[in-house]
Design a protein around this ligand. Structure first.
Ligand code: GTP
Ligand code: MG
Length: 195
């Protein structure tokens, strides 16, 4: 995928703020600090379009990025950040649930997991939620550069087992540092978005 245009569109809280041009949307869900924004930046080869965290857990909006006038990346606020209050967490849950249940433009969710760690309870909940709503997903194990190649398979297996995923669930190994997995992931995205 040749990137000719990538721009930040809006940080949306309310559905009426979501874009209305009906382009396909690819959302990124995952724990805070797992590397969602870095993954977007790497996919589009821009250093800093998607904001990478200086304040983890503080972005309580859906950040929309439009790529090549062809699709949107929707960067979800990360979950599982300890310092977020119960009220904020509930607001997060409502916003995400409403989006996942109602957004027709949503074509795929990237469930972003740090390859080094077993998925958290929140990751498992998100996985089950996506399954329940029948939303297509691709598991992305990122930060692959942080562990030796000889351990990739073992960690991938652990991620699948903890999530309850089968070999039919797509999983891509990725690194925002080295660019590993970039082409493979673009193939998945292009197919899901129909572009
Ligand atoms: P929230 O917006 O708080 O949910 O975080 P996020 O999931 O968007 O994570 P972000 O992209 O901001 O990355 C968090 C930290 O991990 C940053 O310091 C990144 O540089 C680092 N990071 C992200 N991806 C990778 C990767 O593939 N490899 C390495 N080595 N570091 C990474
Ligand atoms: Mg982020």
């Amino acid at each position: 995928m040749k990137i000719t245009n990538a721009e930040f569109i809006i940080s949306a809280v309310q559905p009426h703020q979501y874009p209305s041009d009906a382009l396909p949307e690819i959302a990124l869900a995952g724990r805070s600090n797992v590397g969602k924004s870095s993954l977007i930046n790497k996919l589009i080869l821009r250093k800093n379009l998607a904001r990478t965290s200086s304040q983890p857990g503080k972005t309580q909006q859906l950040n929309y990025y439009r790529i090549n006038e062809a699709l949107y990346f929707v960067d979800f606020p990360g979950y599982g950040y300890a310092k977020v209050s119960k009220t904020e967490r509930e607001a997060w849950g409502k916003m995400i649930e409403r989006y996942l249940q109602n957004r027709e433009e949503l074509k795929l969710v990237l469930l972003v997991i740090d390859i080094r760690h077993d998925p958290s309870k929140d990751d498992v909940l998100m996985f089950n939620w996506l399954k329940h709503f029948g939303i297509p997903m691709c598991i992305v194990c990122t930060k692959a550069d942080k562990i030796p190649k000889s351990k990739w398979d073992k960690h991938k297996k652990a991620v699948r087992t903890t999530l309850g995923a089968t070999s039919k669930d797509a999983l891509v190994l990725f690194s925002s540092e080295t660019g590993m997995g970039r082409e493979e992931l673009w193939d998945v995205l292009a197919q899901s978005a129909g572009i």
